[in-house]
Structure formats: structure tokens, C-alpha cells
Design a protein around this ligand. Structure first.
Ligand SMILES: CC(C)(COP(=O)(O)OP(=O)(O)OC[C@H]1O[C@@H](n2cnc3c(N)ncnc32)[C@H](O)[C@@H]1OP(=O)(O)O)[C@@H](O)C(=O)NCCC(=O)NCCS
Length: 154
């Protein structure tokens, strides 16, 4: 059984997983996201046997449908390498992102979830809001979210 370790990494380190998994065939800049270097942003790496095998990031960004909620964080760039999927790296990265958002007083965490990954988020307590929508060059998505410290709207 391989040991999984999750820890903070730099924006630059995320690219080694983001680019091949989330933007295959596109130039490196396509895997650099707005806000990657913002002070509030946190990037996490999931390591298996000390090798980077997965990444995820959170950004302080309000959810379009709930702009009144100031303490909202967006999850982006969630990806694990295919050869190590299904062993808990995604779950560990998601937990690290949720914990980091909670520590920063977030009441809401949200993402644009690929339709193919929606079940992963649903299994971890996230809900869908609204109808499927398309992100050009990436594909169909759902807006998904999870309430953290305080219920949404209270
Ligand atoms: C989605 C992704 C990050 C999941 O990573 P992972 O390391 O395989 O996830 P885990 O091993 O922690 O899986 C946790 C659970 O979710 C399930 N799961 C993982 N990916 C799933 C998916 N795409 N659909 C349905 N269930 C999924 C696992 O089977 C496991 O279930 P279990 O608890 O019943 O055993 C990974 O499949 C991936 O990188 N996919 C391609 C990129 C992508 O779509 N990223 C998300 C963009 S929004």
C-alpha cells in the first residue's frame, strides 16, 4: 500500500499534472490560471512514494449564483495521474482544500465540475446548482458546491 502525502506546493509545481490531465495538447500557458499567484490562493500536491501524483487549488472567488457570500472559495485544477487513480489521492486533496478553506473562514466552496467528475464530488458531499453548461475547449460542466462552516444564506 503506497503512502499518500498531501502538502502545499507552488503554483509552478501544479503544471506538471494540470497540463497533461486538464489541458492535454494545449500550450503550458493554458494550465496557468488567473489568480494562481494571488496571496490568498493555496495549491496542494498529492504525493505517492514522494512523487507528485495529483494537484488541486483554491482561490478566493465568489460563486456567481451567490455573490452575496463573501467567504466563498473556488476549487480549481483538481487532477490526478491516471496510473494512481482510485487510491484516495483525489479524496485527500479535496479534504485538504476544504480544510484550508474552513481555516480561512469560508462558508462555501464551489467549482465548475466536469460532468465526468461530478460523481466524485457528489460522493464527497457536494451538490449541483443549476443546469449543465459548456466551457469552450474543455467541455460540459456543472456548478457544484459544498457548504462549510455556516449553511448558505444564513
Ligand atoms: C476526478 C479525479 C481527480 C479523482 O481522483 P482520484 O484520485 O481517482 O480519486 P479517489 O481515488 O480519491 O476517489 C475517491 C472516490 O471517488 C470515486 N471517483 C473518483 N473519480 C470518479 C469519477 N470521475 N466518477 C465517479 N466516481 C469517481 C472513486 O471511485 C472513489 O470512490 P470510493 O470512495 O467509493 O472508493 C481524477 O479521476 C481525475 O483527475 N480525473 C481527470 C481530471 C478531472 O476530471 N478533474 C476534475 C475536474 S472538475
Amino acid at each position: 500500500m503506497s503512502a499518500i502525502e498531501v502538502r502545499r506546493i507552488s503554483a509552478g509545481e501544479t503544471i506538471a499534472v494540470r497540463l497533461p490531465i486538464l489541458r492535454p495538447g494545449f500550450p503550458r500557458e493554458s494550465a496557468v490560471f488567473d489568480g494562481d499567484d494571488a496571496l490568498d490562493t493555496c495549491h496542494f500536491g498529492g504525493f505517492v512514494d514522494r512523487r507528485l501524483a495529483g494537484v488541486a487549488s483554491i482561490y478566493r472567488v465568489r460563486m456567481p449564483e451567490r455573490p452575496e457570500i463573501e467567504q466563498a472559495w473556488q476549487l480549481r485544477g483538481m487532477a490526478t495521474l491516471p496510473e494512481v487513480r482510485g487510491i484516495g489521492i483525489g479524496r485527500a486533496l479535496l479534504a485538504a482544500c476544504e480544510d484550508a478553506a474552513r481555516e480561512r473562514n469560508a462558508s462555501l466552496i464551489w467549482c465548475n465540475a466536469r460532468v465526468t467528475a461530478a460523481e466524485f464530488y457528489r460522493k464527497h458531499g457536494w451538490g449541483v446548482l443549476g443546469a449543465e453548461f459548456d466551457i469552450p475547449t474543455v467541455g460540459p460542466h456543472f456548478r457544484m458546491f459544498r457548504e462549510l462552516a455556516m449553511p448558505v444564506g444564513r
